[in-house]
Write a protein that binds this ligand. Structure first.
Ligand SMILES: Nc1ncnc2c1ncn2[C@@H]1O[C@H](COP(=O)(O)OP(=O)(O)O)[C@@H](O)[C@H]1O
Ligand SMILES: [Mg+2]
Length: 467
């Protein structure tokens, strides 16, 4: 069990997009690799990683834990999780009943959040069905939403910072026109250029614009001024899954299953459009006010019909084929799903090391995972099949694609069509009042000192033509 240091600190990203320029991702190179074939390393990259300094945000507060079972309630004789936390608010109690063909919940989840009208449950259902081979609608078929030139800085009142990452800062803002709250991601152009994130940032915008799915963040528009790029998104009030997990220490089996299932549907949707996400981790998973997930941060999302070589992601979550500079594709997201499920069930990641990212990479390449005895046997079976370096064995990466993950015994109770319609109650409902800009579930950050919207030179503007 890692020391508390791990629990306190937010992880950082690594990216070496500069390698994309040198590596054979160009469409003129014929390197199509089928999903069920082991990827052979034809080109090896010279990787020099950079790491951003870690945020020192203290995220420990094990007191107010809605989903945390007490040890005595978690285990039966087989070390399986069997109980629930009797101190939890009953509304928030995780229940396996939430996930099975139980009573009809009436097809609604208590009302859509302020911006949710942009979603149709049909899209979600279709996406789930795409893995089940029942429908064809997916991100590929979506009409591209018009998001360019819709807004300027003067349309919003900027308020507090909701989160910071390696490359950006996200603010809560309020529209001066409709008084609704949004989240705006602000990226400093100079910083993006310096950190060689121009291509990633343009991809982030492009991929987000294409996607429409109940478990993916909606981008409403983008704009830029002389210094910054701005992306206007839904404000998701319930905070990061990261915060909930650190408070809870670890999630009971059904809770982890619920979140994993929603992520699986989102990955199925993205992959059906040849988009790999590449940055799955609890920091990028937000809870809406009903407790459903929204994946944010498309900073490393990219359309990759065949294979790519870029070394990017977050160390704990990197697949071995990324670490060892092999070409890779969607397989990396299924590995990361395995790491995510492991972290949700255990409270720490399987290859974590206090030393450095390099130590983590060593552990990833060694590939030895120690499964704590409290992991449910079905969950462990799925994890063994996701966290495998053998790409011919990794679930999600085989002929059956995401269907193999969805039909795994750990997910046996999940009714995917209902889940896709948000027709299954979430195990935990964040204590927020929607629509009033309540950001109390987000950590506090030092605010930006430089005012946005200043004039002056714009030497990098031409690099971001879509904003
Ligand atoms: N739409 C959103 N609503 C609320 N908070 C958000 C939203 N998008 C991002 N955040 C917060 O901001 C943080 C940083 O945003 P992210 O897009 O992940 O940036 P980075 O690419 O720098 O990691 C997230 O971890 C989350 O806490
Ligand atoms: Mg992020």
């Amino acid at each position: 069990m890692p020391s508390l240091g791990f629990l306190k600190k937010k992880r950082t990203k690594d990216s070496q997009e500069s390698n994309d320029l040198n590596s054979p991702t160009s469409p003129t190179l014929d390197r199509v690799t089928s999903n069920n074939t082991p990827l052979s390393p034809t080109i090896s990259k010279n990787s020099t990683l950079f790491s951003e300094p870690e945020s020192t945000t203290n995220r420990t507060n094990p007191s107010a834990i809605p989903t945390s079972p007490k040890p005595a309630e978690q285990m039966n004789n087989n070390n399986q999780i069997v109980g629930q936390n009797p101190t939890a608010n009953t509304q928030n109690v995780p229940s396996i009943k939430n996930m099975i063909n139980g009573p009809d919940y009436g097809g609604n989840n208590g009302g859509a959040s302020q911006n949710d009208s942009a979603y149709s449950s049909q899209t979600a259902a279709s996406s789930a069905q795409s893995a089940l081979g029942l429908a064809t609608q997916n991100a590929r078929g979506n009409p591209v939403r018009e998001t360019k030139g819709k807004y300027t800085l003067t349309d919003f009142t900027i308020s507090r910072t909701l989160g910071t990452g390696s490359f950006g800062r996200v603010h809560l803002v309020q529209s001066k026109h409709n008084q609704r709250f949004y989240a705006v991601k602000v990226l400093k152009k100079q910083q993006v250029v310096k950190m060689k994130q121009v291509e990633h940032t343009n991809d982030e915008r492009r991929m987000l614009q294409r996607c429409k799915h109940p478990f993916l963040i909606t981008l409403w528009g983008t704009f830029q001024d002389g210094k910054n790029l701005y992306m206007v998104m839904d404000f998701i009030e319930g905070g990061e899954l990261f915060s909930l997990l650190r408070k809870s220490q670890r999630f009971p089996n059904p809770v982890a299953k619920f979140y994993a299932a929603e992520v699986t549907l989102a990955l199925d949707y993205l992959h059906s459009a040849n988009i790999i996400y590449r940055d799955l981790k609890p920091e990028n998973l937000l809870l809406d006010r009903h407790g459903h997930l929204k994946i944010t941060d498309f900073g490393f999302a990219k359309e990759v019909p065949d294979i790519t070589w870029t070394l990017c992601g977050t160390p704990d979550y990197l697949a071995p084929e990324v670490v060892s500079s092999k070409g890779y594709n969607k397989s990396v997201d299924w590995w990361s799903l395995g790491i995510l499920i492991f972290e949700m069930l255990c409270g720490f990641t399987p290859f974590w090391d206090s030393g450095s990212p390099l130590k983590i990479y060593e552990n990833i390449l060694k590939g030895r995972v120690k499964y704590p005895p409290y992991i449910h046997p079905d969950a462990q079976d799925l994890l063994v099949k996701l966290i495998t370096s053998d790409l011919t064995k990794r679930l999600g990466n085989l002929h059956g694609g995401s269907r193999d993950v969805m039909t795994h015994p750990w997910f046996a109770e999940v009714t995917w069509e209902r889940l896709a319609k948000k027709d299954i109650d979430a195990p935990y409902v964040p204590p927020v009042k929607g629509g009033v800009g309540d950001a109390s579930l987000f950590d506090k950050y030092p605010e930006e000192t430089e005012a946005y919207g200043q004039g002056g030179d714009d030497p990098h503007g031409k690099l971001f033509p879509d904003f």
